[in-house]
Design a protein around this ligand. Structure first.
Ligand code: SF4
Ligand code: SF4
Length: 409
């Protein structure tokens, strides 16, 4: 195995944190491709040139996505990375693995690829870094015979992903694992055969803590929430106070809408003004729980800054019940894709098209009524212009909600 001098990469091994360079070098001791990837990267740093050629259509029979072609312009000098394709494997919902499954993934990858992995890519897939064209079909045959499948790439539905949800987390307002598994099965065609203007990502978070950062990274963010009052156990509130928690500064004072009050006795919440941000619930886990009627908010449009600037998702559906077989959600997704398909130019994400065509025409096309929660950014007016009559109706609803304790959102 050729030994490369890597003074520049060595700098990235200094300090107390883990280093990808150290891991690449370890893999390089037993794998020619990984070893050449180290030498290649050092040369890129030294000359300040990226030698990777993106492109060339590579893949496996019957699939349009799942493999990203990579070639080096200096493959003669570094034959191990002359082809260095990336293979994406669809991760399990919530990233739950057995050690047996992880060993299986790594053993197959050691056999055909560089041995380098990225667990997980920002979409969520298991990313297997670096193999050659001839190995693609055998890799796919081995993985698929053991129940694994490729993930999305290119202009298709990217592999849906979710937080650990009810598998490990008491705050999940719906079963994120089941929703994502169900959507992945439903949209196999869209996932494997690129047919869109550009990529479409779906991420499911069980609550507003949003551990998968869906609000910033998914064209469709499904974020768990609830209707009605936060459930308060006043005895536990007392325990927190007795154990030294300064409830007024740590909880009440941090509530973004100032809808909480605490007089040293009872903790009170003006639930009509609660934004379901989860702050108080995550700090006082024993005393506070989400309301009993649970579901999700659907937000649309976030993306990273390719083509035009980055976007966060906007609320489109303030509350949706999420129960199998998720018919309402699936119908909504189909309508969203139809409108996007009719209106997008190549490489336009749905958020960009909504910005261009307007939220009004988007909502009309997907059959969702304008609602006050559909705002462009926090503390701004809604997208819609409301008449005095509409406002009178909202006020009457609000008064009714306060009276009955039943919140329509
Ligand atoms: Fe738990 Fe919420 Fe994080 Fe999901 S997003 S893991 S429900 S805290
Ligand atoms: Fe305030 Fe957030 Fe708690 Fe609602 S969830 S009461 S907005 S801290």
């Amino acid at each position: 195995m050729k030994k490369y001098d890597t003074p520049l990469l060595d700098e990235l091994e200094k300090g107390p944190w883990p280093s990808f360079v150290t891991e690449m070098k370890k893999a390089g001791q037993k794998n020619e491709m990984a070893n050449d990837a180290v030498g290649h990267l050092e040369k890129c740093f030294k000359t300040r040139i990226g030698y990777w050629k993106h492109g060339g259509i590579v893949g496996v029979l019957g699939y349009g996505g799942g493999v990203i072609g990579r070639y080096s312009e200096i493959g003669d000098e570094f034959p191990g990375v002359a082809h260095f394709h990336t293979v994406r494997l669809n991760q399990p919902s919530g990233f739950f693995y057995t050690t047996k499954a992880l060993r299986e993934i790594c053993d197959i990858w050691d056999k055909y690829g560089s041995g380098l992995t990225n667990m997980h890519g920002s979409t969520g897939d298991i990313v297997l870094l670096g193999t050659n064209t001839a190995a693609l079909e055998p890799i796919f045959a081995e993985y698929s015979s053991r129940g694994w499948d490729l993930g999305g790439s290119g202009s298709d539905l990217r592999t849906p992903s979710c937080c650990v949800g009810p598998g490990r987390c008491e705050w999940a307002n719906y079963d994120t694992l089941d929703v994502i598994y169900n959507l992945t099965q439903e949209y196999q065609d869209e996932l494997h055969r690129p047919m869109f203007a550009y990529k479409f990502k779906i991420k499911a978070a069980g609550c507003a803590c949003d551990c998968v950062a869906s609000l910033a990274r998914a064209d469709m963010s499904i974020i768990g929430t609830w209707k009605g009052d936060i459930q308060i156990d006043q005895a536990e509130v007392k325990n927190y106070a007795a154990n030294g928690m300064d409830i007024n500064s740590e909880i009440v004072g941090m509530c973004p809408t100032e809808c909480m009050s605490y007089d040293g006795g009872e903790l009170k919440i003006d639930n009509a003004n609660c934004k379901r941000c989860m702050h108080c619930i995550t700090k006082m886990t024993k005393a506070l729980q989400p309301g009993a009627e649970r579901g999700a908010t659907i937000c649309i449009g976030s993306k990273a800054p390719i083509v035009v600037g980055s976007l966060l998702s906007w609320v489109v559906v303030p509350f949706i019940k999420l129960e199998p077989p998720y018919t309402e959600l699936k119908e909504l997704i189909r309508k969203i894709w139809d409108w996007w398909d009719d209106n997008a130019k190549p490489r336009e994400r749905i958020g960009e098209v909504i910005e261009m065509k307007g939220m009004r025409s988007f909502l009309e096309a997907i059959g969702i009524d304008p609602q006050p929660q559909q705002i462009k950014e926090p503390r701004k007016d809604p997208f819609m212009f409301y008449t005095d009559e509409d406002i009178a109706k909202f006020k009457a609803n609000e008064a009714e909600e306060k009276k009955t304790g039943v919140y329509k959102f």
